[in-house]
Design a binder for this molecule. Structure first.
Ligand SMILES: Cc1ncc(COP(=O)(O)O)c(C=O)c1O
Length: 394
């Protein structure tokens, strides 16, 4: 039986690849997991109450477009957080986690051709892997744009040649970024939206980590878009409860954007979507309406950033980021470092190359490891200390 050729070039997924690298060797000590971005702070305490209060609704098919209560809770949050006006009826769509939304948005919106050629989908490199798979699924051409120290760890799409930009249908962008924790400022968003207008493409802004930060809250793409009067149909923003509310298992996020664009997403979802069960939508509605649990979780991440800054003080390039919960640490070779760390200490981290692609300019993740600071403070402190002592001490 034949498989579609367009997925044959995909490398093995990061985590099976990591298992093949590490699990053929014994750990050097007690195992500490710092690989997956699976939040481990407690979820909010109202989860069970909301499920119990709506348990009867498991009997029914959920509304495809999300419950009105959830949509309103989301738009009220967008107003509080970013000061933006979004219509709960027409401009927001609850998702079964943002991963499926980021994928399905390309299915619904990426055209067959752009400027008479195969369309290009821009993705930062390194990046959250669904962007590239969405591009390949649409038979579009993923274009990997380095997001390195030289460009503030965000991709510089404005530096691409016009012949590439004219073929772009979709530009994925992640801020705060996974893995580097870089934050796009208002000026970055403004120039990206202007570029999208000039070259007629859409921006898919993955803002899953928007609530995990220190200092000033990261500005949002839609906030900037509304202030500059950008065409609302050019931009989709994606938000998630996975990181904000430690509810990765709830599978709940949303996408917001222009009316026609959201209508196109709803149309596809009518046929092929998997809406979130109503009791879980009730949990989500409550979570978007509550900031206390988010503030408490953020305070813990801030303590971990401070801990990382202390442990890696004076080691160049190793401080904690402004946002997100990963450290993106420079090493000689990411795979060799992950293996050495595992065999010496039992700490598991991810080689950066597993999150990035080889390009003509090299692989921008090759000389990095990604370290997830999701466990409790003591375990994170122990893991970080072992990483420092094993990889960064002479
Ligand atoms: C950058 C980024 N985007 C999207 C997601 C997907 O999140 P979810 O599907 O849980 O909302 C993740 C999850 O790790 C992520 O790191």
């Amino acid at each position: 039986m034949q498989h579609p050729a367009r997925f044959q070039t995909l490398p093995a997924y990061a985590f099976p690849r990591l298992r093949s690298l590490l699990d053929v060797h014994a750990p050097g000590g007690d195992v500490i997991h710092m690989t997956i971005g699976d939040p481990r702070h407690a979820p909010p305490d109202f989860v069970l109450d909301e499920i119990a209060a709506h348990v009867g609704a498991f009997a029914n098919y959920p509304p495809n477009d999300g419950t009105p209560v959830l949509r309103q809770s989301i738009t009220a949050w967008l107003k509080r957080r970013y000061g933006v006006e979004v219509c709960a009826e027409t401009q927001v769509l609850p998702l079964n986690g943002t991963r499926e939304g980021l994928f399905n948005a390309a299915v619904a919106l990426c055209p067959e051709e752009k400027s008479g050629k195969v369309p290009v989908v821009l993705t930062p490199n390194p990046f959250y892997q669904v962007y590239a798979v969405a591009a390949l699924a649409m038979a579009a051409q993923p274009h990997y744009v380095p997001a390195t120290a030289a460009t503030g760890f965000l991709p510089d799409y404005t530096a691409l040649p016009p012949e590439v930009l004219d073929r772009v249908a979709v530009a994925y962008i992640c801020s705060p970024s996974n893995p580097q924790g870089a934050v796009a400022d208002a000026e970055y968003w403004r120039s990206l939206l202007e570029l999208a207008e000039r070259h007629d493409f859409r921006v898919f802004a993955d803002e899953c980590y928007s609530e995990v930060y220190r200092g000033t809250p990261p500005p949002g793409a839609m906030e900037v878009a509304q202030k500059m009067g950008a065409d609302p149909e050019r931009l989709l923003i994606f938000h998630s409860l996975s990181k904000r509310s430690n509810l990765a298992g709830l599978r709940s996020g949303f996408v917001a954007g222009g009316k026609q664009t959201i209508a196109a997403l709803k149309q596809l979802r009518n046929y092929a979507g998997a809406p979130l069960p109503v009791p879980l939508q009730a949990v989500a509605a409550r979570a978007w309406a509550d900031e206390a649990h988010v503030d408490a979780s953020r305070a813990r991440y801030v303590r971990k950033y401070e801990m990382a800054d202390r442990i890696f003080a004076n080691i160049p390039g190793c401080g904690a980021p402004q946002a997100g919960f990963f450290l993106w640490l420079p090493v000689e070779d990411g795979e060799a470092a992950a293996l050495k760390l595992w065999q010496t200490t039992g700490v598991r981290v991810l080689p950066g190359a597993y999150l990035s692609r080889d390009t003509d300019a090299g692989n921008p993740g090759k000389k990095f490891i990604r370290v997830a600071m999701v466990a409790d403070e003591d375990e994170v402190a122990e893991g970080l200390t072992q990483i420092r002592d094993c990889l960064f001490k002479e």
